[in-house]
Design a protein around this ligand. Structure first.
Ligand SMILES: Cc1ncc(COP(=O)(O)O)c(C=O)c1O
Length: 446
């Protein structure tokens, strides 16, 4: 009898939401979910540079930078690759290399990391914004076209979260305007569109090697890919004080205004070592993520990422979009629903988070200068309805799923979602009774 009561209590505790005192679905310290995965090979690669040098990319004969560049050019199917100090620097140099400067406007999606727009401004240009598409979260070509004007000098689509943007449509727009397309592929290493890899889909492709990225480094780093020989030459020069690429020794004569944007050889050696496992990791990661998203796609009122035909996803970030209307709530409950799910899922051990808390055009750095704050925020709400709904309503999973051994962990996350979905009445009640802060509040706080 005591045993039966004990079993019944345990079943009750497992069924009860962790938020209300039930058991967590995903135990603390679950295996898998480490990123980046650092192996003895990576350590040896770094130690080799530390012991033998040279430690600086400008030293004559330094081999690590060129080795990484050649490998990434081959991996992306491009003629050239230039290693630089970070993904932001990659974007900045690619824009400068394409001739972007003061007076120029560059079209950027309203949902992206702030680095995308900062790179434009650092080049002396101005970021103008297009809204995103629902489901892919990438720049909407029609909205991008609406943002263009006589000053448009480049398009800067982002392959957000690892999914290539609609490059065929964006390239058509760029051809009509006779401007270059620079890819922000910071999150999309290895993703493909119609067989071609991200980084080979525009005039230049820019990658981040931040340790949280799919191809990480130990510190900071970035890569620029291009098929254009002249652009390549300019990028090599812009990376190093505007000096010409050394054939023999450096001349220390600057031909362009530029700065030191070089990557460290230690960082290049680490990334080159990681690159040896990159395809294998991507292959092993895929089934766990697919199985996770397939299970989530069965839950009513939960949107999973949409992958249009002809594209592959690098799964850098998994964005999930609860749909208030499908769950019997109004659009006014969007932030409340997100917050209720956030609380319930985190209590179960699922590390959901928000990725971007406000549309980029609403940030003080990028708002139209001729509007009051109130007018600017109303303008953003009206002009970027998809971005504002996505920022307010969605939840993301970052990083842990990048571990190729994260399949069982993701299965646990799916169990947690299913459990929370068995308590939708409570979630609805929480969403209705507790209005949660949205993007306007985030801006006020920031
Ligand atoms: C979309 C996007 N663009 C640009 C960057 C900037 O890269 P980094 O952090 O290497 O400067 C990042 C990364 O954080 C990013 O996610």
């Amino acid at each position: 009898m005591a045993e039966t009561t004990h079993t019944a209590t345990r079943t009750l505790r497992t069924a009860e939401l962790a938020l209300l005192g039930g058991d967590r679905t995903v135990p603390k310290d679950s295996d898998g979910g480490t990123w980046p995965v650092v192996t003895a090979d990576d350590e040896r690669a770094v130690l080799r540079v530390l012991r033998d040098g040279p430690l600086n990319a400008a030293s004559p004969g330094e081999p690590e930078i060129g080795r990484l560049e050649a490998a990434w050019a081959e991996a992306t199917g491009t003629r050239h690759c230039v290693a630089v100090a970070s993904g932001t620097v990659a974007l900045h140099l690619a824009l400068r290399g394409c001739g972007i400067g003061p007076g120029d406007e560059v079209v950027v999606p309203a949902l992206t990391m702030n680095a995308t727009a900062h790179a434009v401004h650092a080049a002396g240009g101005t970021a103008v914004f297009g809204d995103i598409e629902p489901g892919t979260y990438n720049l909407d070509p029609r909205s991008a076209a609406a943002a263009t004007g006589p000053r448009t000098a480049a398009l800067l689509p982002v392959h957000l979260h690892g999914l290539p943007a609609d490059m065929p449509a964006l390239r058509r727009l760029a051809e009509r305007l006779d401007v270059p397309v620079v890819e922000d592929a910071a999150q999309a290493h290895g993703a493909r569109l119609e067989g071609r890899r991200a980084g080979a889909l525009g005039t230049a492709g820019c990658f981040s090697l931040h340790p949280h990225k799919n191809l990480p480094t130990c510190g900071e780093g970035g890569l620029i890919t291009t098929d254009d020989d002249e652009l390549h030459e300019r990028l090599v020069s812009l990376r190093n004080f505007g000096e010409r690429a050394p054939v023999g020794a450096r001349t220390y004569i600057s031909h362009h205004a530029a700065f030191n944007a070089r990557m460290a050889p230690v960082a290049a050696a680490f990334t080159h070592s990681q690159l040896a496992r990159f395809d294998d990791y991507a292959r092993r990661r895929e089934p766990g993520i697919r199985a996770f998203l397939d299970r989530l796609a069965q839950l009513p009122g939960l949107g999973v990422p949409r992958i249009p035909a002809g594209r592959t996803h690098a799964w850098h970030i998994l964005r999930l979009m609860p749909q208030p209307e499908a769950l019997g709530l109004g659009p006014e409950h969007r932030t409340g629903l997100r917050a209720a799910l956030h609380r319930a899922l985190r209590a179960e051990g699922v590390p959901v988070s928000q990725y971007q808390v406000a549309p980029l055009p609403a940030h003080p750095a990028f708002r139209p200068a001729d509007m009051t704050e109130a007018d600017a925020l109303d303008w953003v709400a009206e002009r970027f309805p998809v971005t504002t709904a996505v920022v307010d309503g969605s939840l993301c999973l970052q990083r842990r799923h990048l571990d190729p051994a994260a399949g069982p962990l993701l299965a646990g996350y799916a169990d947690a979602f299913e459990k929370v979905w068995r308590h939708l009445d409570l979630i609805r009640q929480m969403a209705r009774s507790r209005p949660a802060p949205g993007w306007r509040d985030a801006l006020r706080k920031g």
